[in-house]
Write a protein that binds this ligand. Structure first.
Ligand code: SF4
Length: 187
């Protein structure tokens, strides 16, 4: 049994997601999702493996998507010697330029017009729902440091991640993370 309107809301979310991703020109919706993910994720998460969990796809499919973006000059591969994960991918200047014509901006602009309180309530509700579905699928739950149980406050404006045993800059606190652990069960 579903609560009143829950099924219609779920259908509307799927409809909205598909609608918002249409009109992407020369990139597929998977390529746009990957480009956006690698621009938004933190240094621990910019890997094909983390992207496969974010996009709910196989590791092989995620790797093919990443490779295609590298071939188009929109992502580049870097060897990491600081965080224990051997390679990560970053958007190139052309990748960042492509994101300025991201088809998702129509939805971003529509959400930006909502009252601040409604937008924050919607963000929290969707994050909680995404967490529940991720748990049911036994896959990673993505989130940012501000809501994460692994974050320790520091004297400066950044933080310390107990999970990665690393200092975080203020800019990193708002990035998507595959190791996110919600502070409460409801997130
Ligand atoms: S504090 Fe949490 S969200 Fe931030 S880097 Fe660490 S595990 Fe990821």
């Amino acid at each position: 049994m579903t609560a009143d309107g829950a099924d219609q809301t779920a259908e509307m979310l799927i409809h909205l997601a598909r609608l918002a991703q249409s009109g992407g020109g020369d990139l597929t919706s998977a390529q746009w999702t990957a480009l956006r993910f690698f621009a938004r994720a933190n240094r621990f998460s910019r890997t094909p493996s983390a992207f496969s969990q974010f996009h709910a796809t196989t590791r092989g499919t995620a790797s093919q998507t990443v490779k295609s973006l590298v071939a188009m000059g929109l992502l580049e591969r870097h060897r990491s010697d600081t965080d224990g994960r051997s390679v990560r991918y970053d958007p190139t200047p052309a990748g960042h330029a492509a994101l300025r014509r991201d088809p998702l901006m129509a939805l971003v602009n529509a959400l930006a017009r909502l009252p601040d309180e409604d937008r924050e309530k919607l963000r929290r509700s969707l994050a909680a729902a995404a967490g529940e579905v991720a748990e049911a699928r036994e896959t990673a739950r993505f989130g940012t440091c501000d809501d994460c149980a692994h974050l320790e406050a520091t004297q400066d404006e950044g933080g310390y991640c107990r999970c990665a045993a690393s200092m975080l800059s203020p800019e990193e606190l708002g990035a998507l993370c595959v190791d996110f652990g919600p502070r409460t069960a409801s997130g």
